[in-house]
Design a protein. Structure first.
Lengths: 212, 565
């Protein structure tokens, strides 16, 4: 690494809301005190506070929620002579079988691949950053941006279910009802988004050679 | 070192920067880990919940998995879902399908020994349509739970839904019948033509000699089944052509098509206490039989008929003085080596109880005599008095015969062994047989008449008559015609003589005029004589007083003889 000075080294701290740069008072303040921006009053941190633990916690919670989201059926399609409860996977399989492989792929990507990708990506980022690895920092930063970008797309399933529920209401003829699975799935998506938000990408650049 | 230098160098700039506000930290413990804990709790609760919800798993075997769908087909009790089919597979020998059903926790009580499962499919029977809703919703498995607490997890699925659910108000009864007739599970049970129950099940008796039917009569109508109730098969159209003629019996149309059982108390005094659960009854084949007084012990007897018994069928009635006391059960041919004839041996079952008080009296008499009160013993004196079995024609149209036990006058005495088994009743030729014999005699006599010679004589007579007629034609008829012509001529002459202008007529006319004139002059004379009676003697007073009266009558007579006036 080149020896560009870090804000912490210069005793500076930037407000992440209003952008005001002020003197770092963390050293002066005790552990029981909060350093706040003099202009907007928001708490100041050198890095997002407890980024690792928060991200880990949210990620684990998301992963736990991901299990029932896949096991519990998310949607009930009731037609005249048939009641069908579908989990995400069975829905994908059904779409594929019923001759809409394109839709199946989209749903599969949004509901299975993206959350898994997020778990893997955030996990990798967390582990590698914690270890202060210098490995592929540029790419890891890119990975983080990808996770942020792709995050809201995984809500696709939830939208599909809520849209269908609202649209397909022909009482006896056919009916679509949401089932608890969609709540777990929504929670998974929300939690992964929160996890990616609570991750501070600057941690990627905090190498082993620097102190936090 | 360099870092420190830099820090030192930058310090003045830093001093000019604003100083952040230092506040007290409100919460020091990191609460973020509550989120995964919460998530874990939720996930765990799901697991626990599903584990708690999961009831017992049972396996039901069916003949076919038609309409069943793993993961979808529900199991319902009283239309409440109590489980779901989780898996369907073939049995090891591929003879049936094994359906694995995950019951709900609340349905634990269904995994007991006497629970019954069946597939509810749309069924269209004569009794009605059932399970029509499954046309749309798909088949489901119906369940009915019993009282047993004994746990069990493999069941034999019923192919036909049970007619009666456990715990339904009402009572079941057992009927014994010779055959099932057109009855089936679910066939209605009628009381006064109102359906009050149905056939729940049936099975062959262990010895295979009959059928036992379980019927279920719904409450509160089950109280009408009394200890004396009679059950009969109201199935279909009962057409019987017997010695009694054509008979047609029907119940309601549905029963005609689908069969059914009816019951009623017998007429007259009877025990009307409601029957106990699972009481056993005999199922009669028809109402008349059911309503008849009880028959008592049947007795077998045998008759040997020497003549043809064409028209005598099994089940033909046996009547004693016109009262039906039994029926024919067998008609068999035998061979008599001594006589070289073929007698027909007719076996019959009679119910002495049907004789009613007559039998009771005979029985009492026999007892008084100190004999065994057996039918055979009772028969002895009756046969000595001329009791004989006859095959009589019951119906001239169909030629059906029945066996009549009757006192036949002037029958030759026969030996009767009261101790022989089976009881053999001597026979006498029936009335029709007698008639036949008499007819045969008449025919034989007719046969003796020499129709041939009579015919020949008749022929000859006719031939001579023919020649006579020819003679008449050739000779007599022309002569007759001549005679007729002569007559005709005579008649013409007579006609001429009588016509208006004939001389005869004119002569007659003038003669009559002269007679008229003479009559007038006679009147004049009588008038004159009336006035002058003396003129008879003296004659006319003026000139010829004496002669005139004497002469006068002569001229009056003369003109009458044709003289002109």
């Amino acid at each position: 690494m080149n020896a560009l000075p870090r804000a912490a080294e210069l005793g500076l701290i930037g407000c992440h809301v209003c952008g005001l740069v002020c003197r770092d008072a963390h050293a002066a303040a005790g552990a029981a005190q909060v350093v706040a921006c003099p202009r907007c009053g928001v708490a100041l941190h050198r890095r997002k506070p407890a980024s690792y633990s928060r991200t880990w916690a949210l990620l684990i919670a998301a992963f736990i929620m991901y299990i029932p989201a896949n096991v519990v059926p998310i949607m009930r399609t009731a037609s005249l002579n048939d009641v069908d409860d579908n989990t995400i996977i069975s829905g994908v399989v059904e779409l594929w079988k019923n001759g809409s492989p394109d839709l199946a792929i989209i749903v599969f990507a949004a509901s299975i691949v993206v959350p898994m990708l997020k778990f893997l990506a955030l996990g990798t980022l967390l582990v590698s950053s914690r270890r202060g690895s210098n490995w592929a920092r540029q790419q890891r930063a890119g990975l983080y941006r990808l996770v942020e970008l792709v995050g809201y797309w995984s809500m696709l399933d939830v939208f599909v279910v809520s849209l269908l529920t609202a649209l397909v209401r022909f009482s006896v003829l056919s009916r679509v009802e949401p089932l608890p699975g969609v709540i777990y799935f929504g929670l998974t998506v929300v939690l992964t988004m929160l996890a990616s938000m609570s991750f501070d990408p600057r941690l990627i650049w905090d190498g082993r050679d620097t102190d936090d | 070192m360099t870092d420190e230098n830099r820090t030192d160098r930058d310090l003045p700039e830093r001093e000019s920067l604003p100083r952040p506000v230092v506040k007290r930290r409100r919460v020091s413990v990191s609460l973020i880990w509550l989120i995964p804990v919460l998530a874990a709790v939720i996930a765990l609760s799901l697991v626990v919940n599903s584990w708690l919800q999961a009831g017992p798993e049972v396996t039901i075997s069916f003949q076919s998995a038609e309409g069943l769908d793993a993961g979808k087909t529900p199991v319902k009790y009283k239309n409440v879902v109590i489980g779901r089919v989780s898996k369907i597979r073939l049995s090891a020998d591929r003879s049936h399908v094994l359906v694995r059903v995950a019951l709900e926790k609340s349905a634990e009580g269904f995994a007991t020994r006497d629970t019954r499962f069946w597939v509810v499919r749309p069924r269209i029977g004569l009794g009605g349509v059932s399970g029509i809703d499954t046309l749309l919703s798909g088949a489901f498995i119906g369940a009915d739970v019993g009282d047993s607490k004994e746990p069990r997890d493999t069941f034999e699925g019923l192919e036909i839904p049970p007619a009666v659910n456990h715990g339904a108000p009402g009572r079941s009864f057992i009927l014994h019948s010779d055959d099932l007739g057109s009855l089936d599970i679910g066939s209605p049970v009628y009381y006064r033509r109102i359906q009050v129950g149905r056939v729940a099940s049936y099975q062959l008796d262990k010895d295979g000699k009959g059928v036992s039917l379980h019927i279920f009569v719904d409450g509160p109508n089950d109280r009408f089944v009394t200890t004396d109730s009679r059950f009969w098969n109201a199935s279909g159209v009962d057409v019987s052509i017997g010695a009694n003629g054509l008979k047609l019996n029907t119940q309601s149309l549905a029963t005609v098509l689908g069969g059914g059982v009816a019951f009623q108390d017998p007429p007259g005094p009877h025990d009307s206490t409601p029957a106990a659960e699972d009481a056993e009854y005999k199922l009669f084949s028809e109402r008349a039989l059911a309503m008849a007084p009880p028959d008592g012990e049947p007795r077998y007897m045998r008759m040997r008929f020497e003549q043809s018994v064409r028209g005598l069928a099994v089940d033909a009635p046996v009547e004693f003085l016109g009262i039906n006391i039994g029926k024919v059960v067998s008609v068999r041919l035998d061979y008599d080596e001594k006589k070289g004839r073929f007698p027909v041996v007719v076996g019959a079952v009679v119910y002495p109880q049907r004789l009613g008080s007559a039998y009771d009296k005979l029985e009492a008499l026999a007892k008084a005599r100190g004999e065994r009160a057996d039918l055979a013993q009772l028969m002895g004196p009756l046969i000595a008095h001329g009791l004989r079995a006859q095959a009589r024609t019951g119906n001239l149209l169909t030629g059906q015969l029945y066996v009549a036990l009757d006192f036949v006058p002037h029958t030759p005495k026969v030996a009767f062994d009261a101790n022989a088994t089976p009881l053999t009743i001597p026979t006498a030729p029936g009335s029709f047989d007698k008639l036949q014999e008499q007819l045969a005699g008449i025919v034989a006599k007719l046969d003796k008449i020499p129709f041939e010679s009579i015919g020949k004589h008749l022929d000859q007579t006719l031939a001579s008559l023919d020649s006579t007629l020819k003679q008449v034609n050739a000779q007599t008829l022309p002569a007759f015609r001549d005679t007729l012509e002569g007559v005709k001529r005579t008649m013409g002459t007579a006609d001429d003589a009588l016509s208006g202008d004939s001389p005869l007529q004119q002569n007659l006319n003038s003669t009559l005029q002269q007679v008229q004139r003479m009559a007038r002059s006679l009147r004049v004379l009588t008038d004159y004589l009336g006035g002058h009676p003396e003129a008879l003697i003296r004659g006319r007073a003026d000139d010829k007083p004496a002669s005139t009266p004497a002469v006068a009558p002569e001229p009056t007579v003369q003109p009458g003889q044709g003289s002109q006036p």
